[in-house]
Design a protein around this ligand. Structure first.
Ligand SMILES: NC(=O)c1ccc[n+]([C@@H]2O[C@H](COP(=O)([O-])OP(=O)(O)OC[C@H]3O[C@@H](n4cnc5c(N)ncnc54)[C@H](O)[C@@H]3O)[C@@H](O)[C@H]2O)c1
Length: 273
């Protein structure tokens, strides 16, 4: 692809991808509501607020592929989620359609399905169980992606990312961690795989403790190299005891996102598994 747009480029994952993607996509264009602090002279940046349709339309001009990271990356008041992740995500897909963009990789989240218990292994086609307003907004984006794929012919991939980083940071992230170069593999499948219509994949590395059946991603060519188990002993030694955690955070895959604002009866938690 000649011109690939990376939204949310000033954020955490953007920081990794700005290093890893230029050799693969020399025409990479960065976008965000604010410029990355360490923007380099070699980088192309277009400032755009995705909540403003005209701004994101301008950023999409001449673009063949989009990696959409921009927006709220965690739980927030409804008004903030609405603006960045609902209105903003709609504006992004509409701008892609108007500009004739061929592929969109939408970065969704494990929090779209966070209310599955940790003792279960889930494929990508489970009934959604979002654990937050944030998780609901990610499902909205997944839905938009499917609609634009089937109605408008854009090849769309929804990547349900676990947690991106150089290493897993705690016990939960031993299950959901993804190494940045593995994320690049998934992005490349989304932007390059011939004939792709609409796909959902989990964005996790080769984690022994994973809660996800990611066999579909492997069938599409994903061959993750990161292994969270290499860090397990060190991570588990530093883990606080379960007694210090909210039962819903310990029981469900979404962790503290499930426990935040929780008002159901925790003594019947396992009846709602
Ligand atoms: N970090 C993870 O491990 C992880 C896990 C699952 C999903 N995700 C998703 O990946 C994406 C990137 O995550 P991150 O950790 O880099 O988040 P981040 O918060 O560091 O970056 C998000 C970026 O989006 C930009 N942004 C916010 N509102 C915007 C708007 N209205 N218009 C344009 N840009 C806007 C912010 O300025 C920021 O630079 C997010 O969509 C997040 O939900 C991240």
């Amino acid at each position: 692809m000649q011109r690939v747009l990376l939204t949310g480029a000033a954020g955490n994952i953007g920081g990794y991808l700005r290093k890893l993607l230029p050799p693969v996509y020399p025409g990479l264009v960065l976008s965000d509501i604010k410029a990355p602090k360490d923007l380099q002279p070699s980088e192309t940046f277009i400032q755009a607020d995705i909540a403003k349709a005209d701004e994101i339309e301008r950023a999409c001009q001449g673009v063949e592929g989009i990696i959409h990271l921009g927006g709220r990356s965690g739980e927030a008041p409804w008004e903030a989620i609405l603006e960045a992740n609902i209105v903003g995500c709609y504006n992004l897909f509409e701008a892609a359609r108007k500009a004739g963009v061929k592929r969109v990789v939408f970065v969704t989240s494990n929090h779209a399905v966070g209310f599955y218990p940790r003792e279960t292994t889930i494929p990508t086609d489970v009934i959604p169980r979002p654990d937050s307003r944030y998780g609901v907004s990610k499902l909205f984006g997944e839905g938009l992606g499917a609609m634009y794929a089937y109605k408008h012919g854009i090849g769309v991939t929804s990547l349900r990312i676990g947690n991106v980083g150089d290493k897993p940071l705690d016990a939960r992230r031993l299950a959901i961690w993804i190494r940045p170069d593995d994320l690049v593999q998934l992005i490349r499948i989304g932007l390059e795989r011939p004939g792709l219509v609409y796909e959902v994949m989990y964005g996790v590395s080769d984690n022994q403790r994973s809660w996800y059946d990611n066999s579909h991603a492997r069938a599409l060519g994903y061959d993750p190299q990161g292994r969270s188990e290499d860090f397990a002993a060190q991570v588990l030694a530093a883990e606080p005891p379960a007694s210090q955690k909210h039962p819903a955070a310990e029981y469900y895959q979404g962790g503290t996102f499930c426990a935040d604002e929780y008002s159901a009866d925790v003594s019947t938690l396992k009846d709602r598994s």
